[in-house]
Structure formats: structure tokens, C-alpha cells
Design a protein around this ligand. Structure first.
Ligand SMILES: NC(=O)C1=CN([C@@H]2O[C@H](COP(=O)(O)OP(=O)(O)OC[C@H]3O[C@@H](n4cnc5c(N)ncnc54)[C@H](OP(=O)(O)O)[C@@H]3O)[C@@H](O)[C@H]2O)C=CC1
Ligand SMILES: Nc1nc2c(ncn2[C@@H]2O[C@H](COP(=O)(O)O)[C@@H](O)[C@H]2O)c(=O)[nH]1
Length: 327
């Protein structure tokens, strides 16, 4: 791999505007035959996603992926969502009991619209076997497989039957994989996305490392169809993480899915816990994300998301932020 870079090293180059108002720009995206308002999905983590948020997102035409850390609730969750005319989008692992769970879904003809295989090292036989099993027993479910960080992995998972792949090993805010193992796409996630996108024939979800709304547009430019975000969604009043008060200020907890706090034990820990500032309602963030992305589309010289795919870019090596912060 040559010319590695990350989000803060890139600026997209404006093209002539073709709209009279940013409100004309369409941020919607279609995945698995369903159209969503934004190419953004909150991370399937326990301090980011719960059933209430899932319902809110589905009702408001945003994509969501429920986490897999309360496995016994999944059957009722799928039933409840579908009974109410909403899409069911769940996560699975690769351990033996997950095969029994999938068999149970097939027996009961409960078919989630989306199933995400949520594993740290997705370029593995365990994930390939799970993709094949899902495609055999629940062929109508749209299968997202990950996480990976190389073109070889994209090809193998797509070849096994994955309908989309998820790219990002180690760029997450609460991720310590890069420090504990020396591996991953941390620090060059955007370049890894570009590299993977060249091999992909199906949609890619860029996962981890998004720190500003402009990073969503950059992900689209480098090949993502959808962007998974944890930390930017962690601080809302609706977020499931505990709220704490320190020196009169409110914070919310955000912990990694491979952290000691998630696992309940100190074994193969590759995640940590942090506190993020409380930031109001989820709805306000989605509204702002939409406005920022509409603006990005207008700078790309188009009126729909695809316009961003074709803009030029420059590498500005770490100089964009220049000490600035959004707030
Ligand atoms: N995107 C990212 O960068 C990362 C994300 N995570 C998140 O943490 C959660 C837990 O992930 P994970 O540990 O995979 O899930 P699980 O704890 O469910 O483990 C899944 C299976 O894969 C095995 N396994 C896990 N890591 C490896 C590896 N590096 N090599 C070989 N086998 C492995 C496990 O066995 P055993 O434990 O015995 O090895 C287990 O049998 C997930 O939600 C995942 O998304 C975790 C790390 C990185
Ligand atoms: N290495 C680890 N990665 C993790 C862990 N828990 C979640 N994740 C990944 O991070 C992203 C969210 O990233 P962010 O930068 O938006 O905060 C999430 O979707 C997972 O892929 C973990 O314990 N270790």
C-alpha cells in the first residue's frame, strides 16, 4: 500500500454548484432494497444502540443495526419490529449457539431484513461459514459481513455470499486493537477504504474513525455506501450509556464491545471506556448531519449523494484541523 492517509489528511475539492438551495440536495441511499434518509448507521454497540433507538430510527427511515449483546431478546425484537411494519436489522456472532439461533429463525420463518456478522477479525473461515449458513437458511436476509481491512478479505466475503462488507479494524474511538496488537486500519482508515473499494463489487460500510460530519462525505468519496459511527452518537440524551455528572457538567459513558465492561472479564480486551460530553437529542444530530451532507453534495457540484464519488481531492497531511474544533 502506497500513499496512506486518513480523514484529517484529505480535503475534497469543490465543483461548480448546480442547485439554488442546499435543501435541493438528496442525501438518501438505498441498501438491500430499502431507502434510508442518510448514509449513516449508529454503531451496533451497547452504549449506542438499544431497542428504543432502533424503533425510532426505523420509524424515521434511518438505517439501524441492533447489537448482539442481549442475544435472548432477538427473537421478540424481530417479531415486534415486523409486526409494526418496521424493518428488523440484527447482529450475530459466529459461535456455535448462533447457528442454533439462525436455525430457530428459519424454523419459525422469522426473516430479518438485515443480518450483520459482527466480528473483530472478519477475514476468517468462521465468518465465511456463517455467511454460507445464513444464505442457506435465511436467503432473503441481506447479509453484512465484517470487519475487514483488505481487498482480499472483501473478495472472499463477497464470494461467500455477503451482500455488503464492513471495513475498519482498529480506527474506533474506544478501540485499543492497534495498541494491543499492532494491527489494523487505525491511522489510515480512509486509505484502507479506498483500497478495499477497488476490489468491492457490492456496497461497503466504512466503520470507525469518523470524528466530524465532513468525514461522512470523505467516506462516500472513497467508496463507502454507508458509514457506521460510534463516538459521535454516544452522548445523546437517548444514548443507552450511563449519564454521570462531573463539576456540574453531564457526560455519557461509551465503551468498546471488546472492553472489559462489555465482556465482564479481563480476557482478550481490545476496547476501553471513556466519557463523552452530553450533547442533546439524537434528532438534532441527525438534522445537522443531513444539513452538512446536503451542503457537501452542493460543493460536489451535484444534487444527490453520488456526486461526491467523483470529486477531486488533495492530500494536506494533518494540516486541516490546524488546532480548530467544530465546537
Ligand atoms: N472493528 C474493530 O476494530 C473491532 C471490533 N471489535 C468488536 O468487539 C466485539 C467482540 O468481537 P470478537 O472478539 O470478534 O467477538 P466474539 O467475542 O464473539 O468472538 C468471536 C469468535 O471469534 C474468535 N476470535 C475473536 N478474535 C479473533 C482473532 N483475532 N483471531 C481468531 N479468532 C478470533 C473468538 O474466540 P477467542 O475469543 O477464543 O479468540 C470467538 O470464537 C464485536 O462487537 C466486534 O465488532 C473488537 C475488536 C476490534
Ligand atoms: N478495536 C475495537 N473496536 C471496537 C470496539 N468496540 C467497537 N469497536 C469499533 O469501533 C466502531 C466505532 O468507532 P467510532 O470511531 O465511531 O467510535 C464500532 O462500529 C466498531 O467497529 C472495541 O472494543 N475494540
Amino acid at each position: 500500500m502506497e500513499n496512506v492517509f486518513d480523514y484529517e489528511d484529505i480535503q475534497l475539492v469543490p465543483a461548480k454548484c448546480v442547485v439554488n438551495s442546499r435543501s435541493e440536495c438528496d442525501t438518501s441511499v438505498t441498501l438491500g432494497g430499502h431507502t434510508f434518509n442518510l448514509p449513516v448507521v449508529p454503531a451496533n454497540m451497547q452504549t449506542i444502540m438499544d431497542e428504543k433507538i432502533a424503533r425510532y430510527l426505523a420509524e424515521n427511515h434511518y438505517f439501524y443495526i441492533m447489537h448482539r449483546f442481549e442475544p435472548e431478546t432477538r427473537i421478540n425484537f424481530i417479531r415486534d419490529m415486523q409486526t409494526n411494519g418496521l424493518i428488523a436489522s440484527i447482529s450475530v456472532g459466529v459461535k456455535e449457539e448462533e447457528y442454533n439461533f439462525i436455525q430457530q429463525l428459519a424454523n419459525e420463518r422469522l426473516v430479518p431484513e438485515f443480518i450483520t456478522i459482527d466480528i473483530a477479525h472478519g477475514h476468517s473461515e468462521s465468518v465465511i461459514n456463517m455467511i454460507r449458513y445464513l444464505k442457506k437458511y435465511l436467503p432473503e436476509s441481506f447479509v453484512i459481513a465484517g470487519n475487514v481491512g483488505t481487498p482480499e478479505a472483501i473478495r472472499e466475503l463477497e464470494h461467500a455470499g455477503a451482500d455488503a462488507t464492513k471495513v475498519g479494524i482498529g480506527p474506533g474511538k474506544v478501540c485499543i486493537t492497534k495498541l494491543k496488537t499492532g494491527f489494523g486500519t487505525g491511522g489510515w482508515q480512509l486509505a484502507a477504504l479506498k483500497w478495499c473499494a477497488k476490489a468491492a463489487s457490492k456496497p461497503i460500510i466504512a466503520d470507525g474513525g469518523i470524528r466530524t460530519h465532513g468525514d461522512i462525505a470523505k467516506s462516500i468519496r472513497f467508496g463507502a455506501s454507508m458509514v457506521m459511527i460510534g463516538s459521535l452518537f454516544a452522548g445523546h440524551e437517548e444514548s443507552p450509556g450511563k449519564t454521570i455528572e462531573q463539576d456540574g457538567k453531564l457526560y455519557k459513558e461509551y465503551f468498546g464491545s471488546a472492553s472489559e465492561f462489555q465482556k465482564g472479564e479481563k480476557k482478550n480486551v481490545e476496547g476501553k471506556k471513556m466519557y463523552v460530553e452530553h450533547k442533546g437529542s439524537l434528532n438534532d444530530t441527525f438534522t445537522e448531519m443531513k444539513q452538512d451532507l446536503q451542503s457537501a453534495i452542493s460543493y460536489a457540484g451535484g444534487n444527490e449523494l453520488q456526486a461526491i464519488r467523483y470529486v477531486d481531492y488533495v492530500v494536506v497531511k494533518n494540516s486541516i484541523l490546524n488546532g480548530d474544533q467544530v465546537y
